[in-house]
Design a protein around this ligand. Sequence first.
Ligand code: TXA
Ligand code: MG
Length: 355
Amino acid sequence: MPDDIVITRCLKVDPRHPDPAVIAEAALVLRRGGLVAFPTETVYGLGVNALDAGAVTRLFAAKGRPADNPLIVHVAGRDMVFQLAGQVPEKAILLMNNFWPGPLTLVLPGGKGAPPEVTGGLDTVALRMPDHPVALALIRAAALSVAAPSANISGRPSPTTAAHVMSDLSGRIEIVLDGGPTGLGVESTVLDLTAPAPLVLRPGGVTLEDLRNVLGAVELHPDARALSGWSGRACSPGMKYTHYAPRAPLWLVEGGPEPVAVKIIELAREYRARGQRVGILSCSGREEFYSEGEVLQAGSRDDPAAVAVELYAVLRRFDELVVDVILAEGIKDEGIGLAVMNRLRKAAGRRLLKA
Ligand code: TXA
Ligand code: MG
């Protein structure tokens, strides 16, 4: 818990043309070591001056984040990359040309730029240039590289609206810039360029297929599919922690459209017979299957991008409905569906079922 309580101001900004006066105010807070939440194209981030070790420590306290889980440093231009990375391989340049600004985080050899509080003591540094006018304006106005994890309490679903940020962090941070709901809904892809071959540590907004089109061979870390929970050495320290989880235990049921529904109906009956309040996470067009329980829909099964947009908001909505258990339908883990399934499997932990 942070040792000081602050009054959090939530300031509305136009997501496309943010008011320079509001941005300047938030930038000043960053320069003074404060904590500012802001929208990116993926989820809301909680920013601090990446070079201010004291501010970074306060950020970890505000989120309740384990100190060995390093932060992504957000930049507004390549100059900042060269200041922070010890080396910028050619593949990194190629990727920046293709995907920046955008939802791709590059793990590069560390330099002297980022303090160990940011890198978790690793000899690498994670960098990304977000594709959001508010995020870019803030970084530029502060003239700082900005370390920013997702703006949620550690372990909770990431925030896709300013209201989500306020519900987790009000009283712990100085400012939330409210630029409306974020576009993609899941976080950036984390790609390790210090491994023998480019290695996706966390699937996200830039798909594996997109990366292979540009780089050729790209590997996927076995934990990125998160099929068996946490195993072995964590390349990305964040991989070993419970993540993205709503308050109620979540069972993830994977399989064809019909068998999944049959299994969920069966489980729902069992839970209800024990007097439990059941939440069902389904997709649109499947209303006919479920007649009982709190049924929420995120996107449609054929459109994983739409599922991504709504996923975290729906998980948080189950908290408000105070369900005892959540039964979630899996989707195909291809394209951005891989990121959706990575988050759902992590939220489920070991509660994975095949229908
Ligand atoms: O879309 C996003 O990436 C959002 C927005 C705010 O930019 N940020 C975000 O940050 O998701 P966070 O802290 O929730 O997740 C960062 C992930 C963690 O899994 C962390 O372990 C990994 O990136 N990471 C950071 N630095 C790393 C490094 N040097 N090596 C390997 N993994 C690293
Ligand atoms: Mg996070």
